[in-house]
Every structure is written in structure tokens, then in C-alpha cells.
Design a protein. Sequence first.
Length: 64
Amino acid sequence: MEKKTYIGISKVGEKGQIVIPKDVRDMFDIKPGDSIVVLCDKNKGIALVKADFFESVTSSLLDK
């Protein structure tokens, strides 16, 4: 059965970098070199989304 949720902790390094846990990278097929879009809202928090998701959404909107 495919895992659909994950809860974990990532530490912020001295340069402000975080490590995305392996289980999450596997869940979302995140590979070295992939681009991640960082969405931020001061009140709601931070979301990370693979850039190819936005590329597919944009393509589907423009192809109509």
C-alpha cells in the first residue's frame, strides 16, 4: 500500500538549507537537481511544490 502521509522534522542548517526527508522525496519522486517552488504566507506558513507540477498546470491551461 502506498504511503499518503508523512510527519517528520527537518533542521535548518547554517546556510538556511533544509533536508527533505527521504520518505518525502520518494513519495513525491523528488530527485537531485529537481526545482522546488517555495510558496509562503506569513500567517499560513510555507509550502514546497515541485516545479514540474506548475509546468503541467500551465500547459493544460494554455492548451485549451
